[in-house]
Design a protein. Structure first.
Length: 644
């Protein structure tokens, strides 16, 4: 199978995963039956189209999940199953030798007559069946008894020419180690009910004795033999399509966890084929299955079967109403009201910049924030300082994903700024002191004076006090969009703390392996992914973005992001960082004009560099507000000036 063919099949991943009740936007419990996680530890990653469990470190895609959910372990069989289930226009695997039109007849009619006669004249099988509640003569005529193995013979698949059976099952009466033995490949038990039911509903059950139990009370039932054989019914619907008269199915697998899961799967399979069907919830009351109910309370069981048969349309309408309640806005209103209460109680996270916090209604909310600026203006330094102020002052974890700068350089930037801030506090003014060191000096471990060493030690001591709340990941860590999401999810799982996320920067997040997305499509996909992170984990996500090529000598506007993906549409808050004085009023033309390249470079050389942080978009607040900043470039430090 080619990679392009695999990609076609993988387009159905979310549909398949959802059909198993898996959440695509929130963590799930692990599907591995051997891993019983107390808290949801498995997350879906849309770009890679797979599930990953952070507890047991296992991953599942659209193929491998079938081994768990459908007991299909062979890859060719998995492909064929998916092609059939979703009607995908791809060739199926042959699986070596072609299957014969019909399996060999393994039980001749003549031999079965012997088994049937043996049953009719022998109290051993009759007493066993009576104890199981099976006594109707027309049912007993369909069964046999093998004296040698002391087993009830249940024919499960008649041959096409009616000369015998291609499969039958033995139900041992006294063998405690083995209750059933299949001979041949069982089909759908009692498949003739599909065309011989007088238009009434047919019950779908798991065990053959369960189907006989329902028939005992005058209703029709088919059995698939095991919850791993859901395709037995769908195969029969195809095989007998010209003979089928049944239009209504009542799904009633065993009253246990496996049965409940099988009920849902079977309902999905039938609904895919537009076949009317319902799940008989609570049909068995406190009993495990149909036969146990029959044996313990025959009249009550008959009453419930009758109720489901007669009131099929009512239950179908009831399920429709349940669907509306669960999926319409009416059903969502309670969640909405809870969310509004949570939003009311949510306290925004201050950034440490008071004027900016006022402009943002108190600080950061669980939203996607994007900041754009021309190259080398200070947007990375501003984001890093903002994050560290949150970590230091408000005890929040900060995750920094740096695609350009290394961890050492970012730490050196922080220490240089911290030295500058301590020096400013000591001098009661932001004056450049000779003891404050440049980033490069710290990185190169330049010779320090005693006063520099003392100042650096103070900075280290203060930085260390909150550094356990700062996590920096470099590009070497393979920071694709899905990898970033994995790291965020793992951090929450391991620490129980929701981090504020910083991405530097959006346009150089690498593609997933084998991705065919263009750069713009990739940026769009990552914006959508990061917005979901902010929403699903209720935490702020702060992203740095580049601008269009033509925006370098102009003020940043929403149009500056047009070629960089759907940023202006996807983000909740859009910020533009500009040089103050970038535009001026021209008296001759009576219009505002952009400064030329030389003026821009001169403005960048100012120390402190004067900048404006403009709020271009604010989904839930004011726009058009500018926060003026001073940027001490040598020491990586921003301070606020005023607001206008």
């Amino acid at each position: 199978m080619t990679e392009s063919q695999k990609s076609i099949i993988k387009e159905y991943t979310e549909t398949l995963f959802s059909s198993y009740g898996l959440e695509l936007r929130r963590p799930n419990h692990c599907i591995d039956p051997e891993h019983r996680d107390s808290e949801p530890s498995m997350t879906y990653y849309s770009a890679g189209k797979y599930l990953k469990c952070w507890g047991c470190d296992k991953s599942y895609d659209i193929f491998s999940i079938l081994a768990i959910k459908e007991n299909i372990t062979n890859f060719n069989d998995q492909v064929n199953y998916l092609i059939d289930r979703f009607d995908i226009n791809l060739p199926k695997f042959n699986n070596d030798k072609p299957k014969p039109v019909e399996e060999n007849i393994i039980l001749l009619n003549s031999k079965f007559r012997e088994y049937r006669e043996e049953l009719q004249g022998n109290n051993v099988p009759l007493d066993y069946l009576k104890a199981r509640g099976i006594t109707r003569p027309e049912i007993l005529e369909t069964l046999g008894y093998d004296k040698m193995s002391n087993s009830i013979i249940i024919p499960t698949k008649p041959s096409n020419d009616n000369t015998g059976y291609t499969a039958y099952t033995q139900r041992f009466i006294e063998n405690s180690k083995m209750r059933y033995k299949n001979n041949g490949t069982p089909g759908l038990f009692n498949s003739k009910a599909l065309g011989d039911n007088n238009g009434s509903a047919v019950f779908i059950v798991e065990g053959y004795i369960d189907a006989l139990s329902i028939k005992e009370l005058g209703f029709n039932a088919v059995a698939i033999g095991s919850t791993n054989n859901l395709d037995k019914l769908t195969d029969a619907l195809i095989e007998y399509k010209d003979k089928i008269t049944v239009t209504d199915f009542i799904i009633a697998f065993d009253n246990d966890t496996a049965g409940e899961k099988a009920n849902k799967k079977m309902l999905e399979l039938l609904q895919e084929r537009k076949i009317k069907s319902i799940i008989a919830h609570n049909l068995y009351s406190k009993y495990k299955d149909a036969n146990e109910f029959l044996v313990n309370d025959k009249e009550k069981f008959k009453e419930k079967l009758d109720k489901y048969s007669i009131m099929f349309d009512k239950y179908l309408n009831q399920e429709k109403e349940e669907y509306r309640t669960q999926n319409s806005i009416k059903g969502y209103l309670d969640i909405f009201l809870k969310n509004t209460k949570d939003n009311y109680n949510y306290k925004p996270i201050p950034t440490g910049f008071n004027v900016l916090d006022n402009a943002l209604n108190g600080g950061l909310y669980p939203s996607l924030y994007v900041i754009g600026a021309i190259s080398s203006l200070g947007k990375t330094t501003l984001a890093l300082q903002l994050g560290e102020q949150i970590a230091q002052q408000y005890d929040k974890d900060i995750l920094v994903f740096s695609m350009e700068m290394g961890k050492d350089e970012l730490i050196a930037k922080s220490l240089s700024r911290k030295m500058f801030e301590i020096s400013a506090q000591d001098n009661n003014d932001y004056k450049v002191g000779s003891d404050t060191m440049y980033t490069l000096d710290i990185l190169q471990n330049k010779t320090y004076t005693d006063s520099q060493r003392n100042l650096l030690n103070k900075a280290l001591e203060e930085y260390t006090s909150y550094s356990s709340r700062i996590y920096i990941y470099e590009a070497e860590d393979g920071l694709t969009g899905e990898k970033i999401k994995e790291i965020i999810n793992n951090h929450i799982y391991k620490t129980g703390r929701k981090p504020i996320v910083f991405i530097d920067y959006l346009q150089i997040i690498p593609k997933e392996k084998d991705s065919r997305l263009t750069d713009k499509q990739l940026a769009d996909a990552n914006v959508s992914m990061l917005k979901r992170v902010a929403r699903d984990y209720t935490t702020p996500v702060f992203v740095i973005s580049s601008l269009n090529r033509g925006s370098y000598n102009e003020r940043v506007t929403m149009a500056s992001f047009k070629e960089s993906g759907g940023i202006e549409y996807g983000c909740d808050v859009l910020l533009g960082l500009n040089l103050a004085g970038l535009t001026y009023y021209d008296d001759k033309s009576g219009k505002y004009k952009n400064a030329d390249a030389e003026t821009v470079e001169n403005l960048k050389r100012n120390n402190p560099r004067r900048l404006e942080l403009n709020i271009l978009k604010n989904r839930n607040g004011e726009t058009g507000i500018s926060v003026n900043l001073k940027y001490y470039t040598n020491y990586n430090c921003f301070i606020e000036d005023y607001i206008k």
